[in-house]
Design a protein around this ligand. Structure first.
Ligand code: HEM
Ligand SMILES: CC(C)=CCC/C(C)=C/CC/C(C)=C/COP(=O)(O)OP(=O)(O)O
Length: 453
């Protein structure tokens, strides 16, 4: 995380053109103060370089001297450490000569390479960790916090003898659950970040309302079709066996009509913005409902990686809603969500491994095992953190974004390392919630940074 902080500080320094503010080396020509923020960023970047460099040397020396460390881990650490003086030399050259591209880009890429090397070595080192370090309790399988549903008899039996108002509320709640409301806040935040990056302070209330309204309807349609298409498998899994269609609370025909109505309404709302937003919204509904739910999820272990495109689409919708085209910031944001998705979902796949096996889904832990899944979570997390710096570098995001991605990134990384040590369901749930906290904080920082700073 020290190296990651350096990469983020470096990206911030580059965006703030700190090289001009501190063109002497190794120290700056004047002492930085809070009233010289650019000079301060350059100065802090250099001080952190020294501290992190010492930590990196200590880490590699400890690894090379310790028994039981795999050769590939030692080799990767040594090669990564060898890059460190090269990185310092490039940085010094840029600072002293004010060199323009491609050297600053080489400096950013080398920094990312050092981070990637360290996290790869970490993933390989943690992978063989067989016995859990602490026998913490295996967690509860937290079901959806949704009301206990009716049994096979469906709504009619359950509602026998209750008043019309209670009946209406019960059925309305069942339809609401079809829309997968618990996912909406983060998916809407993705679309909001896409809009904010594209428009900045010029963002209009109309665009926000129409985009989020259309998005909520699209997610509702997707969730409804997902419930319809998975109703038989939902019955076989503990986590989903209480869902409205699996328990016959809502007839399939009614759910299909509901989903179609939501889909039509969604496209109608998006068309009030522009055709591209409507096309992307329809594509998202079709991709998630058909490609992911019907084709990918039941058939391939890569269902989550490829399916991640579903969640990335709201970023493109937000960008397209503002500019009428898909811009580079929107694509970079979509890329961030894409690589974040496996680091998000694989934790649940671990926690619900037996459940998914019962459902017959080829999820990563079922097909490749838990250790491989944990390794993939760490590697996708590393890719997520690097994607966040790519996004910052392409969109001149500032200190708020830098703070969010480094602090919540550190928390997320720590929960994933604890998951390797503990190997329990509660550790998996903790990492899952950390994934949502990380993305939520980073997206909120993007919105605030783009609109208000
Ligand atoms: C292929 C992609 C994805 C898969 C397979 C996946 C899987 C899941 C599953 C199985 C749940 C638990 C749902 C439940 O038990 O009710 C869940 C919850 C959630 N997902 Fe994902 N997800 C994916 C992508 C996304 C994306 C792109 C986002 C948002 C950007 C997202 C945000 C959430 C949120 C906010 C929750 C609810 C967390 C909570 O209950 O506190 N997911 N996800
Ligand atoms: C704008 C728009 C329509 C975007 C679509 C994006 C979208 C709905 C992403 C959610 C992805 C998700 C939660 C998949 C879980 O489905 P699952 O079937 O694996 O989860 P389950 O097992 O809980 O049903």
């Amino acid at each position: 995380m020290g190296v990651y902080l350096l990469v983020v500080l470096g990206a911030t320094a580059a965006l703030a053109d700190a090289a001009n503010a501190c063109s002497s080396w190794p120290l700056c020509h004047q002492t930085p103060t809070l009233s010289t923020p650019t000079l301060l960023v350059a100065w802090v970047h250099r001080m952190v370089t020294v501290v992190v460099g010492l930590l990196a040397v200590g880490t590699v020396v400890a690894a090379l001297r310790r028994d039981g460390i795999a050769t590939r881990v030692k080799a990767t650490l040594a090669a990564t450490l060898a890059l460190y003086p090269v990185q310092i030399a490039i940085g010094a050259y840029v600072a002293l000569t004010g060199a323009s591209a491609p050297l600053p880009m080489a400096h950013l890429v080398t920094g990312m390479g050092i981070f990637a090397g360290l996290t790869l070595a970490l993933a390989w080192h943690l992978e063989p960790e067989r016995a859990p370090r602490s026998a913490t309790t295996t967690a509860e399988l937290t079901h959806d916090d949704e009301p206990v549903a009716a049994d096979e008899s469906g709504a009619s039996e359950q509602l026998a003898g209750v008043g019309p108002l209670t009946r209406a509320k019960y059925i309305a709640n069942a339809y609401f659950r079809l829309m997968k409301p618990r996912l909406m806040w983060l998916l809407c935040l993705v679309a909001s970040a896409g809009m904010a990056l594209a428009a900045g302070p010029a963002l209009t209330v109309r665009t926000v309302v129409l985009t989020l309204g259309g998005g909520v309807l699209a997610i509702g349609a997707s969730g409804t079709f997902n419930h319809v298409l998975e109703r038989e498998k939902d019955k076989r899994m503990d986590r989903t066996s209480d869902r409205p269609i699996a328990t016959h609370q809502i007839p399939v025909r009614n759910a299909v009509t509901f989903g179609l109505a939501l889909a039509v309404a969604s496209v109608g709302v998006f068309l009030q913005i522009n055709p591209l937003a409507a096309a992307l919204g329809l594509a998202a509904i079709l991709f998630y409902s058909v490609i992911y739910t019907l084709v990918l999820k039941p058939n391939t272990v890569q269902n989550t990686v490829i399916g991640g495109a579903a969640g990335a689409l709201p970023a493109l919708i937000g960008s397209a809603a503002v500019t009428g085209r898909i811009g580079l910031p929107g694509l970079a944001l979509a890329g961030l969500i894409f690589v974040w998705t496996p680091a998000h979902f694989y934790n649940l796949a671990l926690a619900y491994k037996d459940d998914y096996e019962k459902g017959g889904f080829p999820m990563m832990p079922v097909v490749r095992g838990e250790a491989t899944t944990r390794k993939h979570i760490l590697l996708w997390l590393s890719a997520t953190l690097l994607s966040a710096t790519v996004l910052a570098s392409l969109t001149d995001l500032g200190w708020l974004f830098a703070t969010a991605t480094t602090t919540l990134g550190a928390v997320f990384l720590w929960t994933v390392i604890k998951l390797h040590w503990e190997q329990t369901e509660s550790a998996a749930f903790r990492a899952f919630h950390a994934s949502n906290a990380y993305l939520g904080a980073v997206l909120l920082a993007v919105v605030v940074d783009a609109l208000a700073i």
